[in-house]
Design a binder for this molecule. Sequence first.
Ligand code: ADP
Ligand code: MG
Length: 320
Amino acid sequence: MGEFELIERYFAKVGPGRADVVLGVGDDAALLTVPAGHELAACTDTLVDGRHFPAGTRADDIGWRALAVNLSDLAAMGATPAWATLALTLPAVDEDWLEGFVAGFAALATQHQVALVGGDTTRGPLTITVQALGFVPAGTALRRGGARPGDLLYVTGWPGDAAAGLALIEGRLAGQGANRAALEGKFRRPEPRLGFGTRLRGVASACIDISDGLAADLGRLAAASGVGATVRAAELPLSRALFALAGEDRAREFALGGGDDYELLFTVPPAARAALAAVTASAGAPACHCIGEIAAGRGVRIQGERGELALPRGWDHFAT
Ligand code: ADP
Ligand code: MG
């Protein structure tokens, strides 16, 4: 199969048709209409075989993940996704693999009304780069730098589950049955918090998505805001499955230091607590827990019942 045929067969019609796509796959560039009064939000993330997913990961899970990690970045900005591009490097044309990959990608794209509007296809070691594009009413995006002393710190969902799922897949954690399936599922199919992110506009003072571990990403939010942050270890939400398979101490390590959660970590000024309650009570909102607060100063502290806990290190590709 030639490159043109491959693109035509697999990538020409992925995701919904959208009226704001003037020109999609097929020309030298896509032409897209950003709604008036909005800013374009653009982000990109690369997945490398064996580095961002274990060797042997199903093609449909890779396709889902490649888009999910990008949509999570848009969620953390409070943006609404609209379009994506896909740069795909493949060792060979494997039709079964391509069909699976596109099915996983398209399932998430359709769920969030994202149209694939362009990309590039090359031969080489399996590497997937997706760019996600969306929009946000001008001036309202959620940034990392807006947290102030006294703000409350919240996290969605159940941090640590995905990292424990990966540990199960890689044999670093033991477990079977429904708990194992639940945790593995969290790793295999991350759910970007898109609807929730948009509803946090005007409520959250700062927001980041957790890709490299709660503590590490909180460190980034705090540094960008020029503040310090305290997490109360006892308030960390630990899912029943994580608790059952890892035990309390290790569950907390997964929650603080594991990555791949794609949950939102955000701060809320005390005056906006009622507004947050309305958001968390709205239909489809994920679980949301207050886990600490922002303080003057610098750095992240993990407050245990008997004093301060050591800080886990987040995922750093260039750490030696
Ligand atoms: P060019 O040589 O101008 O870069 P390409 O042959 O690389 O064009 O791509 C032809 C068309 O197919 C372009 O519109 C491009 O955006 C699209 N395309 C190529 N690869 C992909 C892909 N993996 N997913 C989506 N669109 C793709
Ligand atoms: Mg090209």
